[in-house]
Design a protein around this ligand. Structure first.
Ligand SMILES: OC[C@@H]1[C@H](O)[C@H](O)[C@@H](O)CN1C(=S)Nc1ccc(F)cc1
Length: 388
């Protein structure tokens, strides 16, 4: 869980024209302080990660990476020290190729040196992108950087873009090797600030879930890209939908939003305790799309500890009429116990006790809204403390 510059701040490097939003130490220090003061760190959002465009256009004389010294005048180590003083962890970006996607120096030919540089900067997380490279080299290249990071002896979480570029090229990535090498990996296209973009990613993960979920679990995660809630493109319903689906998929929750201007309703969605508990459930199971109803409403479910199950019903299409849904519990996969207690996820409201032969009825709104609920078996009464 954490925060990443890219979707909201992109590659803005003109700090004269954009002094408050250019990629700079000032921006990172400001957002880091707000991650703490806004209650995000306390909720689990602990990594603050700089994406592309932090770099100087050239490496130093000794070949080592250096930041743009106008935008990062104190240097990366000092910035990391400040971030660590707040109790946060620090992430940075590089690219396996000759240049980053934005054209800054890439790591190819410098893997060991760059890994040592990151460790000397006390970097806790590296996102390694795959632009300007031969994707056929990735199956050896990404493990090479993993070895280089391990040699430093400094614990660095490793985010790989390795499969995404192979999936685009219709290659079938070796997810077994990827899961042994990376802690998380981007599978598919870049997310943008729109419902169309968010839903196209949800569809792709649902369509490919059978070949993705076996490799998903604690320490090695499929990554559908950033949470864009709080920016300009999603309605409140669509914002609930992205948080609910990323929670059901047990996807990394990596925000990209200006914490200075985020609305209260967007912040409430991002900080919803039940969604975070579902996302962070110790089983680490990747939720799956289990039903498609009425041709458009889809139901996803995720197994949780203590015989609980989380569900999300999603109505993605912009057809302006709310639909009354009626689903029998066995179609939800609930048949192991005779009775279940249903709770609404966002507000933790008790929705009722249902026998396994009963129907569960609810109404769902269109255009990317969700009905999120979780159930626990009434017979095996357990404490709900870890869900609220
Ligand atoms: O430059 C970095 C940027 C972000 O890190 C994204 O998360 C990465 O998926 C890659 N990336 C970009 S814009 N990649 C890219 C996107 C479109 C394109 F035509 C060529 C490259």
């Amino acid at each position: 869980m954490g925060w990443l510059t890219w979707q909201r701040f992109r590659c803005v490097t003109d700090c004269h024209l954009y002094p408050d939003t250019c990629i700079s130490e000032k921006l990172i220090r400001t957002q880091a302080k707000l991650l703490v003061d806004g209650g995000y760190l306390a909720a689990g959002y602990e990594y603050i990660i700089i994406d592309d465009c932090w770099l100087n256009n050239t490496r130093a004389a000794d070949g080592s990476l250096q930041p743009d010294n106008q935008r990062f005048p104190s240097g990366i180590r000092a910035l990391a020290d400040y971030i660590h003083s707040l109790g946060l962890k620090f992430g940075i970006y590089e690219d396996y190729g000759t240049a980053t996607c934005a054209g800054y120096p890439g790591s190819l030919g410098h893997l060991e040196q760059d890994a040592q540089t990151f460790a000397s900067w006390t970097v806790d997380y590296l996102k390694l992108d795959g632009c300007n490279a031969d994707i056929k080299d990735f199956d050896t290249g990404y493990p090479s950087m993993e070895r280089a990071l391990n040699v430093t002896g400094y614990p660095i979480a490793y985010s790989c873009s390795w499969p995404a570029y192979q999936e685009f090229s219709k290659m079938k990535p070796n997810y077994s090797a990827i899961a042994q090498t990376c802690n998380l990996w981007r599978n598919w296209g870049d997310i943008d600030d729109s419902w169309d973009s968010v839903y196209s990613i949800i569809q792709w993960f649902g369509d490919n879930q059978d070949r993705l979920s076996p490799f998903h679990g604690p320490g090695h995660w499929n990554d559908p890209d950033m949470i864009v809630v709080g920016n300009y493109g999603l309605s409140p319903g669509q914002s609930r939908a992205q948080m609910a689906l990323w929670s059901i998929m047990a996807a990394p929750l990596i925000l990209s939003v200006d914490l200075r201007t985020i609305s209260d309703w967007a912040r409430d969605i991002i900080l919803n305790k039940n969604l975070i508990a579902i996302n962070q459930d110790p089983l680490g199971a990747m939720g799956r799309r289990i039903l498609k109803l009425n041709g458009n409403v889809e139901v996803w479910s995720k197994a949780l500890i203590n015989n609980r199950t989380a569900f999300v019903a999603l109505f993605p299409q912009p057809y302006g009429t709310p639909i009354h849904m009626s689903i029998n519990l066995t179609d939800l996969g609930l048949g192991r116990f005779d009775e279940y207690d249903f709770f609404e996820t966002f507000h933790d409201e008790f929705l009722g006790k249902y026998h396994k032969n009963e129907l569960y009825n609810f109404t769902i709104n269109p255009s990317g809204d969700v009905h999120a609920f979780y159930v626990e078996s009434a017979s095996t009464k357990t404490y709900r403390l870890d869900l609220i």
